[in-house]
Design a protein around this ligand. Structure first.
Ligand SMILES: C[S@@+](CC[C@H](N)C(=O)[O-])C[C@H]1O[C@@H](n2cnc3c(N)ncnc32)[C@H](O)[C@@H]1O
Length: 247
């Protein structure tokens, strides 16, 4: 089944049905009509229909907008260079690019799946063509050295290019429930770095290898020097947990 524009718009506007009060973001999303909606929709439509439906589902959309709203309060408007670990198709960057106030220098999305990496570049094409403000990297996050980052990306000719010395100001992992041996990965995140982590209690999903029973368990699994935000977002099928702070 092909994705439908109205479904896309509805998921962008899911915010209106949440308890998060951000009328200005809603306004910006509402303004995504005409040309801008066309461009956004064309990029989103490059995703296979099943991925589109999943990536822009109500729960995914609300969780990403929730993260952006807290990030803006803590560190906005300029987030600097952002690393997204296990970024999947990186709809987070897609929403960042359309946020009315947040700015980023660069976003790098790391995912072990080559297909997801290429879909992330397609979805975020507007930032890819803007001097690689966004670039997806096919990489196991356990092999990413955030102290001395160096990684290979594919350019538009299909050639491999090495990017060095792009230091993160912020690391985001909204897929902690998918990370096997999460504690080991957390050990690779530089102490002192700003971070945003999300997980959930959706134990019944096959790929969820690191779900959390509650927020306290999540906090204990990712000790930080300073926790600046910890909260949960009730969604119809599960609860999303988020902690933000200084590693
Ligand atoms: C389905 S997605 C995440 C959904 C999540 N709720 C979110 O919004 O971010 C999970 C992603 O984690 C990636 N992943 C899992 N383990 C990884 C690893 N060790 N390194 C990089 N990516 C990984 C998978 O390839 C997949 O794209």
């Amino acid at each position: 089944m092909e994705p439908r524009p109205e479904k896309f718009l509805l998921s962008l506007m899911a915010l209106s049905r949440t308890t998060i009060q951000q009328p200005d973001i809603l306004e910006a999303m509402n303004a995504l009509d005409g040309e801008l909606l066309g461009v956004s929709y064309r990029h989103a439509c490059k995703l296979p229909p099943a991925v589109f439906t999943d990536a822009f589902s109500d729960g995914q959309t609300r969780s990403k907008l929730w993260a952006l709203s807290i990030m803006e309060k803590l560190w906005g408007p300029d987030l600097g260079t952002v690393f997204v670990a296990a970024g999947w198709v990186c709809q987070l960057a897609f929403f960042m690019a359309r946020h009315p106030r947040l700015r980023v220098h660069k976003v790098r999305s790391f995912d072990i799946c080559r297909e997801a990496t290429s879909m992330a570049d397609d979805l975020n094409r507007q930032w890819v063509i803007d001097s690689w403000r966004f670039k997806a990297v096919c990489k196991d996050i356990f092999e990413l050295d955030m102290w001395e980052p160096s990684y290979e990306v594919t350019n538009f000719k299909g050639e491999q290019v090495i990017l060095n010395g792009e230091y993160p100001d912020l690391v985001i992992n909204t897929a902690c429930e998918h990370i096997q041996d999460f504690g080991k990965w957390w050990g690779t995140v530089p102490v002192g770095l700003r971070c945003v982590l999300q997980s959930n209690d959706f134990f019944s999903q096959a790929h969820h290898v690191n779900c959390m029973r509650d927020l306290e368990e999540f906090k204990a699994s990712a000790p930080m020097r300073k926790v600046l935000f910890a909260g949960e977002l009730p969604l119809p099928k599960y609860k999303r947990f988020m902690i933000c702070g200084i590693r």
